[in-house]
Design a protein around this ligand. Structure first.
Ligand SMILES: [Zn+2]
Length: 223
């Protein structure tokens, strides 16, 4: 078992999740699965002039993506000071969906970001979809999705952080994705949902429990 980000071999439990955290680089399971998926789908897109948007630019992934995409790498976050290693541009969604023109990015990546955006998740997917070039790809993960439940949103309308924690797990979680999320992506016109290609055998190699940290690889149809 090793960390595919830093080659570390020591893992720590985190919030009840066994061997979730790499003791060396601090990556969580979703970051290690992310790199595996990026190697398969994203890095082949990193040609001269290709633009990548990395939202909420995690410390363990930021240098790797920046190196691959060079000047085409753009990091953003609603709270840039949370990511001092990446100097992200401030981007508050959904207000800033006009910050980039349509078809601006070859690829967009984000992990556990959508559950923090107020408003309707289908509108957010539409805004991100618009930013992608034809043939462009969005690779991402969300909280859950939770089997046996429909997607629930509206956390921004709850009266207190305590209520949000009770409903959605964290004070800044505004929704919880359920069974309807993947089918919506699969059926959306103009895009295809691809298999992330990460087997449970591969998960075991990189200290990820079976089936955990599922990824969405969503490709906008070529023009
Ligand atoms: Zn590591």
């Amino acid at each position: 078992m090793h960390c595919n980000i830093c080659n570390g071999t020591e893992f720590r439990n985190y919030r009840g999740r066994k061997s979730e955290l790499c003791a060396n680089c601090g990556s969580k399971a979703r970051h290690r699965v992310a790199l595996d998926v990026y190697e398969r789908f994203l890095f082949p897109m990193a040609s001269d002039g290709a633009r990548l948007l990395h939202m909420a630019p995690e410390r363990c992934l930021n240098p790797i993506l920046k190196e691959k995409f060079g000047d085409g790498y753009i990091a953003t976050d609603a709270s840039p000071r949370r990511y001092p290693h990446a100097s992200p541009k401030k981007l508050v969604l959904p207000d800033d969906f006009d910050a980039f023109p349509a078809g601006h990015f070859d690829a967009i990546v984000h992990n556990h970001v959508l559950e923090h955006i107020p408003g309707h998740w289908k509108d957010h997917l539409a805004g991100l979809f618009r930013w992608l070039k034809p043939g462009g790809m969005m690779i991402f993960s969300v909280l859950g999705p939770y089997k046996g439940n429909p997607t629930v949103e509206g956390g921004e309308q709850l009266a207190s952080d305590a209520e949000r924690i009770e409903r959605f797990g964290l004070k800044d979680h505004l929704k919880m994705f359920g069974d309807d999320f993947a089918p919506f992506l699969r059926d959306m016109k103009g895009a295809k949902l691809l298999d992330d290609g990460v087997s449970d055998e591969r998960r075991a190699e990189i200290s990820v429990r079976p089936g955990k940290a599922p990824f969405f690889v969503w490709r906008k149809d070529a023009a």
